[in-house]
Design a protein around this ligand. Structure first.
Ligand SMILES: [Zn+2]
Ligand SMILES: [Zn+2]
Length: 132
């Protein structure tokens, strides 16, 4: 498998006991289906599902899937609302993260976990305003 950005041969690399393919030139990593949920910090809910449910298949990336080669990947925002743009392959359901994006994703998750209390509080406030 070759890096979709620079053509460097991807090497196996372990993150939290999960084997991913990574590029030593640009530090990008390729994740197979389900692997994002395993290597990212824990958050209530399914990260991949939450990321892909609002995917817009017309947002084609210039990057080709390293596993499928002739398939252009699709730009998807991590958890839909963040400004982290990951690449998703609709063929093999793999994902490409550029160098540093996994760190950014974990920062985002930590922030959400910290905000959970606030978030539940505002949800309660919202529910209290409903007329039933
Ligand atoms: Zn690379
Ligand atoms: Zn693919």
């Amino acid at each position: 498998m070759k890096c979709p950005r620079d053509g460097t041969e991807l090497k196996k690399h372990q993150i939290d006991g999960v084997n991913v393919e990574s590029c030593k030139t640009c530090s990008g990593i390729f994740l197979k289906k389900g692997e994002l949920n395993k290597i990212a910090h824990p958050l209530a809910g399914d990260l991949e599902y939450s990321t892909l449910e609002n995917m817009d298949p017309t947002r084609q990336s210039e990057l080709k899937c390293p596993a499928c080669e002739n398939i252009n990947m699709i730009d998807v925002n991590f958890l839909s609302f963040s400004d982290i743009i990951m690449k998703y392959c609709s063929e093999c359901e793999g994902m490409w993260l550029d160098g540093g994006e996994l760190k950014a994703i974990n920062r985002e998750i930590d922030k959400l976990n910290d905000d959970t209390d606030n978030w539940q509080h505002s949800l309660r406030a919202f529910t209290a305003r409903l007329p039933f």
